[in-house]
Design a protein around this ligand. Structure first.
Ligand code: ADP
Ligand code: MG
Length: 235
């Protein structure tokens, strides 16, 4: 099976980090060894989603050549670790993303699944992980602006030599006037799953607990478990 997934979007704020955390947690609950990695180097925030307060060492230190990947790896639960990124502008300024290739290959050799929480946009540090991953999971809301920006991420994935796995539509509403399958067709990618709008998503961030743990029977959590099973073939 594919090991390294990049979770990517054109537009920001569409649910990439939520998707990364919940795919990872659901797989870890199924007994897989999982690493979730914050490669959104400029706007890192994955740590907060899982109540992780890294000591000084983050992915930025690894990329700066000042620390090993072990030093920046934090255990969240039995079978899942997180690699957070630093959040200060100074750390960002000192980082070069080139070292990401080695980091990804090292993690690939140690885990069953690695999820890269990629930054939005079209910068070099966003494009690089798209080519390092085995498969790119596109995340978008049904909003036209987000769908439009998804086209760019598809094109960038091609240019980076990456492979698109398909699209996850987030924050969908029952009264939405656009067919979800049609959005997939329009982008010429398969629809991997839809995650409904669910206030528990935001509440879970404030609680610092993954949605699939925070409210396991809520609509978004159920949808994330379904997506995990469909994406990986694991139940
Ligand atoms: P990104 O990583 O793409 O910037 P986030 O995962 O941080 O996006 O999500 C952006 C915001 O949307 C957060 O406040 C999050 O709680 C909220 N959100 C994500 N998914 C859902 C959902 N299914 N329903 C409601 N709110 C959501
Ligand atoms: Mg994010």
């Amino acid at each position: 099976h594919e090991t390294v997934y990049a979770i990517a979007s054109g537009k920001g704020g569409v649910g990439k980090t939520t998707t990364t955390v919940n795919l990872g947690t659901a797989l870890a609950e199924a007994g897989e060894r999982v690493a979730i990695v914050d490669v959104d180097l400029g706007m890192a925030n994955l740590a907060g989603f899982v109540s992780l307060t890294p000591d000084s060492t983050t992915l930025h230190d690894v990329l700066a050549g000042d620390a090993s990947i072990d030093d920046a790896t934090y255990r969240l639960a039995d079978s899942i670790v997180a690699v957070p990124s630093g959040t200060s502008l100074d750390e960002y300024a000192e980082t070069s993303p080139e070292g990401l290739r080695d980091v990804v290959e090292e993690l690939r050799s140690r885990f069953d699944y690695v999820f890269l929480d990629v930054g939005a946009g079209i910068s070099h540090e966003t494009v690089l992980p798209l080519g390092l991953a085995d498969a790119v999971v596109l995340v978008s809301t049904p909003e036209p602006a987000a769908v439009h920006d998804t086209k760019k991420t598809i094109e960038l994935t091609d240019r980076a030599g990456g492979e698109v796995a398909g699209l996850v539509l987030t924050r969908t509403r029952p009264d939405g006037d656009v067919s979800h399958d049609e959005l997939g067709d329009r982008l010429e990618v398969s629809l991997l799953g839809t995650i409904p709008e669910d206030p528990a998503a935001r509440d879970s961030v404030y609680a610092g607990t993954p949605l699939v743990v925070f409210e396991p029977d809520g609509p978004a959590a159920v949808a994330y478990r379904r997506l995990t099973a469909d994406l990986t073939g694991l139940e």
